[in-house]
Ligand binder design. Structure first.
Ligand SMILES: [Zn+2]
Length: 233
């Protein structure tokens, strides 16, 4: 099983699906963690190029904990659009990972990098299977099923799938903690304790499905993407 998780920013996957990725990994899956934007805008003082490097290092540290491959930082923050150039890059990314399953943002999450990432992944994952759409990599052979991650703080998101991550909450926390610059930024810019924020949502999703900690998801249910079995661990 090959799982490609695509977020907008370097820390989104840790917040929204790292417990599930860790569970997948424990069952032998190969994990690709991808973020389209390089995270270069989230700080008061550190200039963008320097910040992008810090964010990349933090993402790598996190991926190392999981034993996942990183494919990311294609565009600056807020420079992701549903246009041809960017879509082609996401097609290439999907052709490199060749996923059996893609996890990405909900199409109606809270800000444009997230919603456009979702759009690009949906479109590119279909295009990635077309041999006549030429990129450096060969076409993927599967129109990958897509599963949407929770929205930020679970707002207006009713999961249809839950993953019990009780055994993986510590790994999730450790991975999220790797994003030190972001923990600091959210504290200073938004007054948020990032770890507590993550644990509250995991605890609430757990409450909904009768376990201590869970992550919530929704299937992207359109023709060609539906499988007659549960895809999440
Ligand atoms: Zn984000």
């Amino acid at each position: 099983m090959r799982v490609l998780a695509v977020s907008a920013h370097p820390d989104d996957l840790e917040l929204l699906c790292a417990g599930t990725l860790a569970k997948f990994k424990s069952q032998g899956a190969e994990i690709f963690m991808s973020y389209l934007c390089n995270g270069d805008k989230g700080h008061f003082e550190i200039p963008s190029p320097e910040l992008a490097k810090i964010r990349e290092r933090e993402a790598k540290n996190s991926a190392k904990i999981l034993g996942a491959q990183i494919l990311g930082g294609l565009f600056p923050d807020l420079d992701v659009y549903p246009d041809k150039e960017r879509r082609e890059k996401v097609v290439e990314l999907i052709r490199i990972a060749r996923p059996d399953l893609i996890i990405t943002h909900s199409p109606d999450d809270y800000m444009c990098d997230h919603t456009i990432t979702s759009r690009l992944v949906i479109d590119a994952s279909f295009i990635a299977t077309l041999p006549n759409y030429k990129t450096k990599q060969e076409a993927h052979t599967l129109i990958s099923p897509i599963i949407f991650m929770d929205t930020l703080a679970g707002v207006d998101f009713i999961p249809t799938e839950y993953v019990d991550i009780t055994d993986f909450i510590d790994v999730k926390e450790k991975m999220l903690s790797c994003h030190e610059s972001q923990c600091k930024w959210l504290k200073e810019h938004d007054g948020i304790d990032y770890i507590e924020f993550m644990r509250k949502v995991a605890s609430f999703r757990g409450l909904q499905c009768g376990v201590k900690y869970a992550e919530g998801f929704r299937n992207y249910s359109v023709w060609g993407r539906i499988k007659p079995k549960r895809l999440l661990p």
